[in-house]
Design a protein around this ligand. Structure first.
Ligand SMILES: CC(C)(COP(=O)(O)OP(=O)(O)OC[C@H]1O[C@@H](n2cnc3c(N)ncnc32)[C@H](O)[C@@H]1OP(=O)(O)O)[C@@H](O)C(=O)NCCC(=O)NCCS
Length: 333
């Protein structure tokens, strides 16, 4: 029996608290002009404590995706949850999402693939559906990153980039070759793990959190922006061409590229290299910042809501992030 997967519902949730570059100017030595020029970001959302958690945001997005798919939560056979910012150190947020949705008993996977989280989640869900194990899989990607950032001049290189948000996708089984998830391509290289990482509180030391860590900033995430940028642009291009070549396709066959929203300059570079017209590239980092695992499904959902993603369109979703991990998916909508 031939089994394939396709997207039948997408949903998203953005916290209500909008934080503009001008708001950040009040907190650190930065400027709207610097942020817009280097990243393209104009505003992002920060969660509201007591209202939003990584799991509740995922639940909001999931309910919307399930509703649009015409499915009840009880019809989901498995959950794949991608985040670098789970509610708890353990257990993962997958089980919390199940609880929010009122379902018990199905498996929940938690993925820690950072900015490539959605592509990895899609690949895993697609593989299970192809094997015939599951019919409907819910992919939820949700991040609360604003409380990992230090909103000060010391933390500014990361503070201006990242935002909070969630998105969900329902994948379902079908039997038509060439429709839905065509292929996924995943990679990783731990050589550069410390170029974009958060060391503490890790499990390497007997005492996981010390006053010194709080003081010296070593509990903040660290990013070597230049190194990330250089690797990202190479890997993004490689993995787009890999997806096309694996399927005997050309750049001209693509109807839309929705890259991980790392930085608008990275997206512009990809667009220029592929010589894509504006209508074949979708970006929303300007309004939501870099939302890590949630960024691709958030952009996809927004594009779909605007009527820009239509049935039959061929979409490529390349991603790159901390690890380094990278990958792409080719999807026929
Ligand atoms: C982070 C990034 C925007 C920085 O841009 P850049 O052009 O590389 O800038 P640099 O880091 O070289 O810093 C240039 C100067 O701006 C300063 N600067 C850094 N952050 C700043 C901020 N928020 N506001 C104002 N100035 C800032 C630096 O201190 C530096 O000053 P100096 O020249 O006096 O030392 C860029 O490297 C980038 O986008 N990298 C990829 C990030 C990414 O995609 N991360 C997610 C991975 S999924």
């Amino acid at each position: 029996m031939l089994y394939r997967s396709k997207i039948v519902g997408m949903g998203m949730y953005l916290p209500e608290n909008v934080v503009t570059n001008h708001d950040l100017e009040q907190l650190m030595d930065t400027s709207d002009a610097w942020i817009v020029e280097r990243t393209g970001i104009r505003e992002r959302r920060f969660f509201t404590e007591g209202k939003d958690t990584t799991a509740t945001m995922a639940a909001e997005a999931s309910r919307m995706a399930l509703d649009r798919a015409g499915l009840k939560a009880q019809e989901i056979d498995a959950i794949v949850f991608a985040t670098l910012s789970p509610d708890y150190y353990f257990p993962g947020s997958g089980v919390l999402l199940m609880r929010e949705l009122g379902i018990v008993g199905i498996p929940a996977f938690d993925l820690r693939q950072q900015c490539a989280g959605f592509v990895y989640a899609l690949s895993l869900a697609d593989a299970y559906i192809r094997l015939g194990h599951y019919k409907n899989v819910l992919i939820a990607c949700s991040e609360i990153q604003s409380n990992l950032l230090e909103l000060s001049t010391r933390g500014r290189n990361m503070a201006v980039i990242f935002g909070d948000g969630a998105a969900a996708v329902v994948l379902t089984r079908h039997q038509q070759e060439g429709l839905g998830v065509i292929s996924t391509h995943l990679h990783a290289d731990g050589t550069y793990a410390e170029e974009l990482y958060m060391a503490h509180p890790g499990c390497r030391r007997k005492v996981r959190i010390t006053p010194q860590m709080l003081e010296d900033g070593s509990m903040l995430p660290y990013m070597n922006g230049n190194a990330v940028f250089k690797h990202a642009i190479v890997r993004f291009m490689e993995v787009i061409y890999e997806a096309l070549e694996a399927n005997g396709l050309q750049v001209e066959d693509l109807d839309m590229v929705i890259p991980h929203q790392a930085n608008l300059r990275i997206s512009k570079y990809i667009q220029e290299q592929l010589q894509l017209p504006d209508e074949k590239m979708y970006n929303n980092i300007q309004w939501v910042g870099n939302t890590t695992a949630a960024s691709i499904p958030l952009a996809m959902c927004e594009a779909w809501e605007k009527g820009l993603l239509r049935p039959g369109m061929l979409v490529c979703t390349p991603a790159f992030g901390s690890g380094f991990v990278w990958g792409s998916a080719l999807i026929r909508m």
